[in-house]
Design a protein around this ligand. Structure first.
Ligand code: GAR
Length: 200
């Protein structure tokens, strides 16, 4: 059976992309392969991670495209040309509209650094999520991998993992713990589950 062809969309450091590359190399992901990395930021370190792993990459800048619609159209073209079956948002800091998400029902995954439905939705991304969790005073946080639909962080949940908040945590310390204990584990696990389901 052919492997599910995955595109990973990134904006920054790409540690979640790295977790996927490592999981492929370790045989944790066997049903899919990363065929393309797309960045919306030309300085994203994730692009270097892709290059080191021998994965082709493309840069699509919203300001060069001129509009959200043209930006999404360009990404769609790249996905079609590369025969992509499944999309993973791994630290992709741009919300995709319904015009995009409707074309890939239950084929777009996102990793979010909290236990949805806490600390999620518009404006909750990156370090901000951990700042809000600490400010609220929750004792447990975590990460969620979910399908992406037209509601920001609102699609069906695939996997979640809880992480304890510790005395003296800063947003940066908490972010690192959530990545290490949750994101880098549940993202590869969810990618294997969905790529297996989509295998043809
Ligand atoms: C990760 O913590 C990811 O969960 C978060 O951004 C970080 C990206 O790190 N994503 C969001 O907040 C999406 N709403 P990475 O580039 O090292 O993978």
């Amino acid at each position: 059976m052919a492997k599910t062809k995955i595109a990973v969309l990134v904006s920054g450091g790409g540690t979640n992309l790295q977790a996927l590359i490592d999981a492929l190399n370790a045989g944790v992901i066997t049903s899919g392969e990363i065929a393309l990395v797309i960045a919306n930021n030309s300085k994203a370190y994730a692009l270097e991670r892709a290059a080191k792993a021998g994965i082709p990459s493309e840069i699509v800048l919203k300001k060069e495209c001129g509009s959200q619609e043209a930006f999404e159209q360009k990404i769609k073209e790249l996905l079609t040309v590369n025969g992509i079956d499944m999309i993973v948002l791994a630290g992709f800091m741009s919300i995709l509209s319904e015009n995009f998400t409707k074309d890939y029902p239950e084929r777009i995954l996102n990793v979010h650094p909290s236990l949805i439905p806490s600390f999620c939705g518009v404006g909750y991304y990156g370090l901000r999520v951990h700042e809000e969790a600490l400010a609220y005073g929750v004792k447990v946080t975590g990460a969620t991998v979910h399908f992406v639909n037209e509601i920001p962080d609102g699609g069906k949940i695939i996997l979640q993992k809880a992480v304890e908040i510790e005395e003296g945590d800063t947003p940066e310390i908490l972010q690192k713990r959530v990545m290490e204990q949750a994101e880098w584990k549940i993202l590869p696990a969810a990618v294997e589950i969905v790529s297996k389901q989509l295998q043809r």
